[in-house]
Each structure stands twice: as C-alpha cells, then as structure tokens.
Design a protein around this ligand. Structure first.
Ligand code: CTP
Length: 425
C-alpha cells in the first residue's frame, strides 16, 4: 500500500520515526512529507534514510512531476503523526500552504490524523471545532493519549504509541479504503487480529422515562463498554458503539449510535446486527423494567391541600436484549455474543456460581462477570472480572485491573473463538 506519512512540527515528531519503521517493516511504501517546522525537530536525512525515498516539505520541489497533486492522488492512505493544533486548523479550513496540506486536499483515500499537543491547546474551543469539522468530513482523528507532556505537566495530548497509531490507521483504511464494503480479510493477516471484523458494542445504562423530567436509571458510566470498543478499533475492527447516556468522549474511529431507553437500545443493536456483525458485546446495563405509563406532564407532589399520598409507579418488563439476540441467531453466520453481568456473592453461592447460572440462562458465547459491591466496578477505574464460556469449567479471572486490560482480555478470548469458527473468504 502507498502511504503518505505527514509529520507536523511538534516535539513528538521523533516518535513518527517509529511509526515510519512499523509501516515500512509491514511492507508499505511510505513517502514522508514533513512540514517545515517538523524538519526543525527531525531532519530530512533521517526521514530519507528510514523511508528510502526523497523527502521534501516544499511545493516548489519536483514541480515537473506536479508532486503537490500527485502524492495525494496516488496515496492509499494519508497518516499525519503528530498532527499539531496548527496542522489540524489548516486541514480543517482547507489551506494549502505547504506540500503536506496540498496532499491533504488532493487525497481521496482515508486520512488519519494523530494529534499531539498540550492539553490546553487540545481542549481549546478552536481545536475542538476543527476536530469536529474534520471528523464530520470522514477524517479519522485519533484520540490523543493522556500522560506526561513535554514539560512537567500531564494530561490528554500525548501522541499515542506508534503501534496504536499504525493499528488505527490501518483499521481506518480497511474500513473506508477501496473495496472495503463488506470486505472480509483473513483475521490476523492485516493490522490487527480483528481486521475485517464488524463488532457491535452496547455501553452505558438505559434510562426509562417517567415524566418529562424524571427517569429510572442506573449508575453505569459506560467506561467498560467504551474500553471494549476502543480496544476493538485498535485491533482493526469496524465498530458500532450503541451508547446509552454516556458522557465520555467516544473512542476515535467508532460509529456511535446514541440511545436512551432499553427499547431504543434493542432496536439499535438489532439494526446493526442485521447489517452483518461478527461479534456483539453487551456491556450496557439495561433496565429490566420500565414505567408502564409515561406521564406527558410533570407528576405533581400533591393534588390538593391535604393530599399526603404518594403515587405508585407500575412497572412492566423490558425485553432481555441479549437473550433475544441468542434466540434470533441462525446457524453459522450468527454473531459471537458476549454478555456482561454485574454479580455479588451471597449465601447461595459466589460470583462465579451465579455467573455460571446466568451463562446457562442467557445462552451467550462468553459471559464476563464483574464483581460488584460497595466501591466496586460502577464508575471505578479498576475491576475484577471472571470470563466463562459454555462447556468448560475453566474460569479466567482478571483483576483488579483497568477497564482497558479487561477489554483486552475479552478480545483475547473472542479472537481465537472467531478463528475456530472458520475464516470468511
Ligand atoms: N441484558 C439485556 N437485556 C436486559 C437485561 C440485561 O440484554 N433486559 C444484558 C446485559 O447487557 C448484560 C447481560 O444481559 O450483557 C446480563 O445483565 P444482567 O443485568 O446481569 O442480567 P439480568 O438477566 O438482568 O440478571 P439479574 O436478574 O441478575 O439482573
């Protein structure tokens, strides 16, 4: 594949050397297009030596071959790492004042920008608007990592690890590049072991409205589902994230479908599965019941001076979405279905005991049981989970670990199971 690796002028430019290395070692033909500022951080000889190709930042070099147009036209993927606030602004507004921004304007292939800058610059409304504009045009803007920045401060704005950037760039290419529609490629043959796979993840907690101002809800933060979705993107999957009432920024590269209620969540998951899905991961905390009636105006405390009565709220059952997906599946083409369960131990058995019963009841392919209790799981950054599959007494316990580690452990179980089901052509 022909890749243009743009490098903008930030201290993280040195990390682009590793990005370049990973791409060339994977057999891609990479032309590096630094900005003039990037060349003050890492010089042209380094890029030329690592890419084995001539390097220029200037539109007036190579004029006879019309390089400023040709590079973009011929590329299969344009990746800019690091993308500075200035580069994002120029790209968002279609400026073409150097070879890299000319290339961005002439490219018709997937474009992936990996920003790196100080937190203040990343969160500035101008940058936020530019990123939104770029994403709205179909550009993949990778979410920066959080951590130590150039100075003593830390926060979001770090360039993600080169491996992550390359995985996300190749995933964007397999999602939107030529011939990508319903493209099935051998898992593991490309960027990540989920390349060519379609994944649906539900996340967050449903809200069941009572009246225009009140709802029945739960404490799910959506962190676990978002981590599962982000890990799937990083491993090369095309991800639809059905998101119920989550306030976190969605992971880069996911298609996000916002929902509020259990019924909306069911419809969104079903619609995504109907399109073709290899894996469904139900991390959402779905309300088992909803109010039988929705009051179209606010329920008042009293109806008369002496009225001290309290209303009774009648509930009806919501569908069990996960069990419905299991019941609907037909034959070999059915998706691999993952359930999450929040469990506590009690006098009748421990968490694993209850999880095993739930796995049997739900009929899914993998159940991830979260230990809950005071201070455990809901909204917390670390959790302990037990992974159970049908037909095996083995239990894989992970934790206490961050939700991204849990997400990785889930995919580590799912990926070989998908391979065992046979590779699509
Ligand atoms: N789930 C679902 N639809 C529901 C309830 C739950 O699809 N109405 C899914 C959740 O997304 C999760 C799994 O089922 O993947 C287990 O959720 P949990 O609330 O633990 O299951 P319940 O069947 O509601 O069991 P319990 O009676 O223990 O609450």
């Amino acid at each position: 594949m022909r890749v243009v690796l743009g490098v903008a002028g930030g201290i993280a430019a040195y990390k682009a050397c590793s990005v370049l290395r990973l791409l060339t070692e994977a057999g891609h033909e990479v032309t590096v297009v630094p900005t003039a500022a990037a060349l003050r951080f890492v010089g042209a000889p380094t890029w030329e030596a690592l890419s084995g190709r001539p390097v220029s930042a200037d539109v007036f070099d190579g004029v006879p071959e019309v390089r400023h147009v040709r590079l973009g036209q011929e590329a299969d993927l344009v990746l800019v790492a690091p993308a500075t606030a200035d580069l994002l602004a120029r790209a968002a507004h279609g400026l073409a004042d150097d070879l890299l921004t000319n290339t961005l304007l002439t490219a018709r292939c997937p474009v992936v920008l990996a920003p790196a800058m100080h937190t203040e610059m990343w969160s500035h409304p101008a940058t936020v608007a530019n990123v939104e504009m770029l994403r709205g045009r179909g550009v993949t803007v990778v979410e920066p990592a959080s951590g130590r920045l150039t100075g003593k401060d830390s926060g979001p704005g770090r360039l993600p690890d080169p491996e992550d950037i390359v995985a996300q760039a190749l995933a964007a290419h397999s999602r939107t590049g030529p011939g990508s529609a319903r493209r099935r490629i051998r898992p593991g043959a490309s960027a990540g072991d989920l390349a060519g796979r379609r994944v649906v993840v539900s996340a967050g907690g449903t809200r069941e409205p009572l009246d225009p101002v009140r709802f029945l809800g739960n404490r799910s933060s959506g962190k676990q589902g978002y981590a599962v979705a982000a890990a799937a993107v990083a491993r090369g999957a095309e991800v639809t994230l059905v998101s119920a009432n989550v306030t976190l920024p969605p992971p880069a590269g996911c298609r996000v479908v916002p929902v509020e209620t259990a019924l909306e969540l069911q419809e969104a998951v079903r619609a995504a599965v109907a399109e073709w899905t290899d894996v469904v991961v139900m991390t959402a905390a779905v309300a088992d019941f909803r109010p039988a009636r929705y009051a179209s105006s606010k329920i008042k405390k009293t109806h008369g001076e002496d009225d001290r009565s309290a209303p009774t709220i009648e509930l009806v059952r919501n569908p069990d979405i996960l069990a419905g997906l299991v019941a609907d599946r037909a034959g070999a083409a059915s998706p691999y279905i993952v359930g999450f369960a929040a469990e506590t131990g009690d006098e009748s058995g421990d968490v694993v005991h209850h999880a095993r019963a739930k796995l049997a009841r739900k009929g899914c392919d993998l159940l991830v049981a979260n230990e809950v209790g005071v201070g455990k799981t809901f909204g917390q950054d670390e959790s302990t989970v037990h992974l159970l599959v049908p037909g095996s007494d083995e239990v894989r316990t992970v934790g206490p670990v961050g939700k991204d580690v849990v997400a990785g452990a889930v995919w580590d179980v799912v990926v070989p199971a998908l391979a065992d089901r046979g590779t699509a052509d």
